[in-house]
Design a protein around this ligand. Sequence first.
Ligand code: KIV
Ligand code: NA
Length: 271
Amino acid sequence: GIKTPTPADIRARKGKTPLVCLTAYTTPVARLVDPHCDIVLVGDSLGMVLHGLPSTLGVTMEMMLLHGQAVARGLSRAMLVIDMPFGSYEEGPEQAFRNAARLMADTGAAAVKLEGGVAMAATIAFLTARGIPVMAHVGLTPQAINTLGGYKVQGRGPDADRVLADARAVAGAGAFAVVLEKIPSPLADRITADLPVPTIGIGASARCDGQVLVVDDMLGLFSDFRPKFVKRYAELAETADAAIARYAEEVRTRSFPGPEHEFGDEKGKPA
Ligand code: KIV
Ligand code: NA
């Protein structure tokens, strides 16, 4: 099969063909996305998407480890990247190293992703100098929801310089790629032209070096969450609702199980 890209391979894709990235949180979904993706991300979005949390702030190391191990079992060619959860890296480089090393050792991930720009540059430099490739994440950083004041577009007007400075800081610190989330497309284009490493957009720009989406969002597994930047490539929630409604109806009318789903006894199967 095709060789799994390394973080260095991903970095070398700067300015070349677009990088394809999706999230996965489970083995079966990892198997579905693996043949099509360069990078599969175990995002801390799993807290909201799978566990019903109101934000990503309640996601723990244990949750990331459990889902990271499940995803790893489903991959054979895409590169695995795992998010560092809120509270596992912000205290300082040593805390970040300890937790990043655990995430990589226990899941086999090739790299970690963490949120933050200028404030995280020293931590990113510390990790990369010690064998931990880092994917950075700037713009809208959901773990900072309480200081950002909502899931709104970042980097509009005079705020553009802050996001550009963040992107430059993380690339300068050694990040091999940078996720740009929910920023104006002209700013994403400017950052993409400026940085020596790939930008991976989500709600950013078609000119980024790659794109990422939450797989459950693009498959339409939610009916309620529809941000502008998510294109729905399927409506699986509608398909599932119809299937479940039919099952309920068939149980209530005793048309399921049918004879083909039943077992006979030693005298054979009843008609
Ligand atoms: O947690 C996540 O799914 C992410 C991607 C959306 C970039 O961080
Ligand atoms: Na995330």
